[in-house]
Write a protein that binds this ligand. Structure first.
Ligand code: ADP
Ligand code: GLC
Length: 486
């Protein structure tokens, strides 16, 4: 029997994206459809989303949803079935979904995402009549209050809710005085409620009141139950360890397909890598690097933040530049890191290239042309860029944390001998260990091209699609729906 899943999310590729959550929310529906799970995605009606669905079909009106009127519209865009929350007082704002033009969080983010969860709970309770999901998946803190509303409302219809944590660093913590405004009872301000160090936490609600919690890799699922990785929620998560599991993300292998990619000049595949040097030359030209086929070219794509450990790369840069390594950096984020990479590029023209900004097409070229992709994260729930790297023959050099640890096979002597390695791992995340790992990679690249190509081919042969994750989610959903055995 097909299952109806309501996926509640604040971003969806290709409509609105700030990071991997959008990729996941955008790609999982098609993969789940192959498991007989029909996904409807509930998301905020940002201008770009409303434009994509046209008018849509109004299915429910709210006279007062956190301070203004709202209309829930059904529509289709980007091959997705959408329920879009058109509430102009909350979402009629262009640009980043969370930040205002001054780069700070919108002051009413609590109301904006509580509204999303409130509506999700209504739909779950059966408010739409014609559509009532069998199960709900609430992504991250933005959807975190969904099971909390269901808990405090005590509705007669209450489908199971799965909370999926993509990043514990963002918890949705707001002043407790907002409880009433959010339509939550005073009793919610309690240890076994939303109370969190004197404030309220949306993600805590998501963890506490969900039927099950997933995160996006098995290693991260373990890490977040420890003081080191739990970011204050480790006690709560450890308490729910029986209902906590990790399901590794995939990537959309039709969007990321080196054999058929309009963003790269030369196609290639696992069985034929001969086009790749052309992509490397194009990448070198694009980043102002010397066109040197034999230079070891290391790239990075992603947010320039503390999480991603790009400051460690800055620390590793001088020694590796000395040794002739080239660097291509694509990213944006922390202003100090942006400035430092730009400065490195102007100090070392031809050897360090840097592009500050967000550019999907360029990300494809970087993955297709680089020899190695470096991801030195301090923590990483899953990470998608190393999966894209595997699929594009760019050998990942990653810190051994979270999903990075789970997706890359280190080129240890035994893995090399057995021909199973796909990249390089290092631990702990420090400039020194990163330098060592990049040196190890550079040495293999320079001294044993056959072994290097084997790494690339193993990467290209790795299944990074959504198929196995979709099977795991499907099994979990069916388990959550089956009555507990006596
Ligand atoms: P996170 O969600 O923590 O930022 P992920 O690795 O899960 O990290 O996902 C990041 C996604 O955003 C990937 O699809 C990556 O290619 C993309 N991305 C990040 N920064 C950029 C950029 N500057 N230009 C293009 N794509 C980017
Ligand atoms: C988060 C994490 C990242 C993960 C992504 C999608 O943004 O930082 O590791 O890949 O979500 O789940």
């Amino acid at each position: 029997m097909p299952l109806e899943l309501l996926s509640v999310t604040s971003e969806v590729y290709p409509l609105v994206k700030t990071g991997g959550l959008a990729d996941v929310a955008g790609a999982l529906p098609a993969a789940l459809a192959r498991q007989d799970i029909i996904v409807t995605t509930l998301m905020p009606g940002y201008p770009a989303v409303l434009q994509a669905i046209g008018e849509g079909v109004p299915v429910r009106r709210y006279e007062n949803l956190m301070g203004g009127p709202g209309t829930l519209r059904r529509g289709r865009a980007a091959d997705l079935d959408l329920l879009v929350l058109d509430a102009p007082h909350l979402f009629a704002r262009d640009g980043n979904p969370y930040l205002g033009p001054d780069g700070r969080d919108w002051p009413d983010n609590a109301l904006r995402f509580a509204a999303l969860a409130r509506v999700a709970a209504d739909i779950a309770e059966g408010a739409l009549g014609s559509y009532a999901p069998d199960i709900v998946q609430a992504h991250d803190w933005q959807a975190g209050l969904t099971p909390a509303y269901l808990h405090y409302n005590r509705p007669t219809r209450r489908p199971p809710v799965l909370t999926t944590i993509h990043n514990l660093a963002f918890q949705g913590v707001f002043p407790a005085y907002l409880l009433g405004t959010l339509g939550l009872p005073a009793e919610a301000f309690a240890l076994d409620g939303l109370e969190y160090f004197g404030a309220i936490s949306f993600l805590k609600g998501g963890i506490l009141f969900a039927d099950h919690i997933t995160t996006v890799s098995p290693s991260y699922a373990r890490e977040i139950t420890t003081a080191q990785g739990g970011m204050g929620l480790e006690g709560l998560l450890a308490g729910r360890a029986r209902d906590l599991s990790g399901i590794l993300n995939g990537i959309d292998t039709s969007v990321w397909d080196p054999a058929n990619d309009p963003s790269i000049p030369a196609a290639f595949s696992a069985s034929d890598l001969t086009g790749r040097p052309k992509d490397k030359a194009a990448l070198q030209a694009e980043f102002g690097l010397d066109t040197a086929p034999d230079a070891f070219l290391v790239a990075s794509v992603g947010r320039l933040t503390e999480q991603k450990g790009l400051d460690l790369l800055l620390g590793a840069l001088p020694a590796l530049i000395e040794e002739g390594v080239q660097f291509a950096i694509l990213g944006s984020g922390d202003r100090t890191l942006e400035a430092a990479f730009l400065a490195a590029a102007s100090r070392h023209p031809g050897q360090v290239g840097c592009r500050i900004g967000y550019d999907e097409g360029l990300a494809h070229l970087v993955q297709a042309g680089a020899d190695a992709l470096v991801v030195p994260s301090r923590f990483e729930p899953c990470g998608l860029t190393q999966l894209c790297a595997l699929r594009y023959g760019s050998v990942p050099v990653v810190s051994q944390v979270g999903g990075l640890a789970d997706t890359v096979i280190d080129a240890s002597p035994v893995a090399l001998r057995q021909g199973v390695a796909t990249g390089f791992q290092f631990t702990p995340p420090s400039a020194r260990m990163l330098t060592d790992a990049l040196r190890r990679a550079a040495k293999l690249f320079r001294e044993d091209r056959t072994a290097w190509q084997r790494l690339q081919q193993n990467g290209l042969a790795t299944d990074v699609s959504w198929d196995s994750a979709a099977r795991e989610y499907a099994a979990l959903f069916r388990k959550l729906l089956s009555p507990p055995s006596a």
